[in-house]
Write a protein that binds this ligand. Structure first.
Ligand code: PLP
Length: 395
């Protein structure tokens, strides 16, 4: 099943991209745990290399369990194809490397994932690939940043932690005219809340570690796009070796079965949480795309069918008071990452930006009293009650 326009995300999550039957009439997808594949005889080997026989060859080039993840994500995103990687960053770096060459220029929204930013701003320079950072969600600045060498625009929607959402339709209109490829890291949105390819985005990336797998127990990444683009990136994956392991693929594939259900719950809990926090006297500001107060709320409503499971907020407290609140939460666990069944909470100043001084953090908009809460699938009312009770600890 893959026809996105006729079939709901709930049904596609369960059945999308899967054959009707598996070997031995198994209902569940098997794990093909193998590093290589045998040929019946030399004639088959020759037929394969001459392109007369389609089959697997070697584990770094392909695996049926990995293929199932790729086909399911392609079905959910409504793209021709997808290719899976050992991690989200393997997907990001392999895709970018497949598209640029010495002399190319890349445009990146300044609030993109920290490691993506690091790769573009420090690593690519070694290969004479230049870049321009543009302000969050500022598509107007994109127009001005384009130079004749610009090959690629990298965006995220929503971003971390303020959840900005650039206008994807405008972004595509600008880039298509100049034949510039567009890449969106859609990890926070998931294919349930947004399908960027529908708006003409060329390349859609997910850290499958987060919502797709959904259980905080496996790393993975996926790129979805046209057959041509995916094939280009797949060839580089085979060369770089950032291939997804078959057992990890099985866990991701199994996780996606419940994706639409989990996202429905996480959207609802996060919306209710954001609304309650916004009313609370110990909370200064809340950033959630589903709130009318969010600067990109209108864009979110136009492009997304749900607003996601992450709520970011600033407390009326200092660094220590904010830590006391985080420590007082009994349900959310303190950990990096997001998107799993367990709620996770963190103080970005002490997690992703620990090495920076208070002044350096302020300069990039990360305040000491900022909290990121990624809601899981626990009971909505119990989670809200737990977080509200913990706010008392900020005093
Ligand atoms: C976590 C994350 C990544 C990196 O994914 P890994 O699976 O940890 O390599 C990339 N982009 C976003 C938005 C993420 O949240």
């Amino acid at each position: 099943m893959s026809d996105k326009d006729d079939i709901s995300q709930k049904t596609l999550a369960v059945h999308g991209g899967e054959p009707r039957t598996y070997p031995y009439d198994a209902l569940a997808a098997p794990i093909t745990q193998t590093a290589t594949y045998s040929f019946a005889d030399t004639a088959e080997l020759i037929a394969y290399f001459e392109g007369r026989k389609d089959r697997e060859e070697y584990g770094r080039y392909g695996n049926p369990s990995v293929r199932l993840v790729e086909e399911k994500v392609a079905a959910l995103e409504g793209t021709e194809d997808a290719v899976a990687f050992a991690s989200g960053m393997a997907a990001v770096t392999s895709t970018i490397l497949a598209l640029v060459k010495s002399g190319s220029h890349v445009i990146l929204f300044a609030d993109c994932y920290r490691r993506t930013r690091q790769f573009v701003t420090t690593f690519l320079g070694r290969f004479d690939v230049s870049h321009t950072l543009i302000p969050p969600a500022d598509v107007g600045a994109l127009k001005k940043a384009i130079v004749p060498e610009t090959r690629l625009v990298i965006a995220e929607a929503p971003t971390n932690p303020y959840q900005t959402i650039p206008d994807l339709e405008e972004l595509v209109a600008i880039c298509k005219k100049k034949k510039i490829k567009t890449l969106i890291d859609s990890t926070f949105a998931t294919p349930v809340n947004c399908n960027p390819a529908r708006y003409g985005i060329d390349l859609v990336i997910h850290s499958a570690t987060k919502y797709l797998a959904g259980h905080n127990d496996v790393l993975g990444g996926v790129l979805a796009g046209s057959a041509g683009m995916v094939s280009l990136v797949r060839d580089l994956r085979s060369l770089l070796g950032a291939t997804l392991d078959p057992h990890a693929a099985y866990l991701i594939h199994r996780g996606i079965k419940t994706l639409a259900l989990r996202i429905e719950q996480q959207n609802a809990t996060a919306q209710a949480m954001a609304e309650r926090l916004e009313q609370h006297p110990r909370v200064r500001q809340v950033w959630y795309p589903g709130l009318a107060s969010h600067p990109n709320h209108d864009t979110a409503r136009r492009l997304m069918s749900g607003f996601g499971g992450v709520v970011t907020f600033e407390l009326d407290a200092d660094l220590e008071g904010t830590s006391r609140f985080v420590d007082a939460c009994r349900i959310p666990r303190i950990a990096p990452s997001l998107g799993g069944v367990e709620s996770l909470i963190e103080q970005p100043a002490l997690m992703s930006y620990f090495e920076l001084s208070t002044e350096e953090r302020e300069a990039i908009g990360i305040k000491n009293n900022l909290v990121r809460l990624a809601v899981g699938i626990e009971d909505t009312d119990e989670l809200i009650a737990d977080v509200l009770a913990a706010l008392g600890a900020t005093r």
